[in-house]
Ligand binder design. Structure first.
Ligand code: TNX
Length: 514
């Protein structure tokens, strides 16, 4: 195993001994199919080139790969395009992949002479590159030159995702996290083939995105957070920067504006959003369920329509997440009235409605996605949503919530949905967890990170690692290709990579850390 020396913030990872290339099977998430070639090893040559298909997005994946490999190898790794099949170096090609890879999969071939990733799309190439990265020694993740050799085990991987929606969520409302933190989290989750980041942009404690028609939402509603700190918000340019940074990692941003509850920050900013025309004070506690937009007032719908219009214009992805959870201060009748009125705004803007599973109380809209966050194995609102035609994203709080404590001793996090050690996060099947929901209704899996107790990047990392990779494997790998006993060993091998990347993580005693 590689040894790690941490001194004065610099990380040096000792080289793995020659001839000890990472096993072709030691990848998270587990690939659909792996065929090692016994005795074959590729050693990256100092003069190796990266050649890509001519498409701009394929070149971009090549440049991204070079950005990972250059600092630690010290190699030049020039990136150029090709219309052929290179016989040396690294090639990223948009032809010749096994057809089973589909729209997001890839085929990786490692021979003594060349490393070749083939896919049908740039996204597939990107995921192939994430796999290749894990097959190189952990020291490749360091940002200073490390000793090689840079060996990769020979063989073929043919891989494709189980689910099309593989998500993470970050609550930037309870505590605000700036653009740099979001970008860093995007870097971290993209390694595990996550393709969606849901941003919880509004809640009782803060409004985090500029809306020109309602400027006080950000300037006043965004001026604090849990505990009373300064809060913050994204300008439109900053949000656009996040969207672009995510897109470069083949990640779609799903913005959430929570309604009709979780709206104190908006109601504090504008008196007219309250039924009594009195703006409440800003809120810095952690209670839920006390706020509601005024369902009977016309201005409420003008507000929602204008907010969603500006948000849709900034968001290339297909979804607008309307929240809809814990509206405990809204009557059931008002909830339906409100949701049935605002859901069509999304459709009119060319977007699809997503909501927490309570949104099943409202009428169906085309393509609707209900996000299950319950802790039981049946839920009337979710069943209603599915029976009307909704698809489901699975975020069962007692398995997928990254803000739950690992053990009673975990210094951060909550425990209302239970304690979630790594095995608990890993050992479930989205297709069978809810007997009343057919497997065909499941769109994918999302790992939410609520931030009542989290104030900095290292807090986010400590809660996400190692559970986020566990949930990513559930979302990507075939159920038949994954077992806990195998996963825990592959996961343990990720530890030195996180150390080299400076990721703070929980050293779960359930995992044999390398
Ligand atoms: C429940 S999950 C909430 C959030 C909290 C979270 C804390 C959901 C849709 N609502 O408001 O932040 O629990 O774990």
């Amino acid at each position: 195993a590689a040894s790690v020396i941490v001194a004065a913030g610099l990380v040096a990872v000792a080289p793995a001994p020659a001839g000890a290339a990472v096993s072709l099977r030691s990848v998270v998430p587990a690939p659909a199919s792996v065929q090692p070639a016994a005795g074959v090893t590729h050693t990256l040559a100092p003069g190796a080139a990266i050649r890509t298909a001519p498409a701009a997005q394929a070149q971009a994946v090549g440049t991204y790969l070079a950005g990972i490999l250059r600092p630690s190898t010290g190699y030049a790794l020039p990136v150029s395009t090709t219309t052929g099949t290179p016989t040396d170096g690294i090639a990223l090609l948009l032809s010749g992949a096994d057809p089973s890879v589909g729209a997001e999969g890839y085929q990786l071939d490692v021979t003594a002479s060349a490393i070749t990733v083939r896919a049908q799309t740039p996204a597939g190439l990107f995921y192939g590159v994430q796999t290749l990265r894990q097959l190189l020694p952990a020291a490749v993740e360091a940002r200073t030159v490390q000793a090689g050799p840079w060996e990769v085990a020979g063989g073929r991987i043919v891989d494709r995702p189980r689910y099309g929606y593989r998500g993470a969520m970050l609550d930037v409302s309870r505590h605000f996290f700036g653009v740099d933190v979001v970008k860093r989290y995007l870097d971290e989750i993209s390694q595990y083939k996550i393709n969606t980041l849901h941003l919880h942009l509004s809640d009782d404690q803060g409004w985090r995105i500029v809306i020109d028609a309602w400027p006080r939402l950000a300037t006043y509603g965004g001026s604090t957070q849990v505990g009373g700190g300064p809060g913050g918000y994204y300008t439109k340019a900053q949000y656009t920067d996040i969207v672009a940074y995510a897109a470069a990692r083949h990640i779609t941003i799903v913005p959430e504006i929570d309604m009709p509850g979780h709206t104190n920050a908006a109601q504090a900013s504008y008196a007219e959003l309250n039924c009594d025309n009195v703006a409440p004070p800003l809120y810095t506690g952690t209670e839920v369920g006390f706020s509601s937009l005024c369902v009977g007032k016309e201005v409420t719908y003008t507000f929602v329509r204008q907010v969603l219009t500006e948000l849709a214009a900034l968001t290339p992805g297909p979804y607008l997440h309307l929240g809809g959870d814990e509206a405990h201060s809204t009557s059931a009748a008002d909830y339906r009235t409100f949701m049935n009125r605002v859901q069509p705004f999304a459709g009119a803007l060319g977007k699809t409605v997503m909501g927490w599973h309570q949104i099943g109380q409202a009428d169906h809209t085309p393509g609707k996605v209900a996000q299950f966050w319950g802790t039981t194995t049946s839920d009337a609102d979710l069943t209603a949503a599915v029976s009307k035609g909704a698809k489901v994203v699975m975020s069962p709080a007692n398995k997928a919530y990254l803000d739950m404590k690992y053990t009673p001793e975990t210094p951060l996090g909550l425990s209302w949905a239970g304690l979630i050690e790594v095995r608990t996060a890993y050992d479930w099947d989205p297709a069978t967890l809810l007997p009343g929901v057919p497997a065909s209704a499941i769109l994918g899996v999302e790992a939410p990170m609520w931030s009542e107790t989290l104030t900095r990047l290292s807090d986010i990392e400590f809660m996400a690692f190692p559970r986020l990779p566990a949930l990513a494997e559930i979302a990507w790998s075939p159920q038949s290709a994954r077992t806990w006993d195998d996963f825990r060993v592959r996961l343990g091998a990720q530890g030195p990579r996180w150390t080299a990347q400076g990721i703070s993580f929980y050293r779960s005693p359930q995992v044999p850390w390398a």
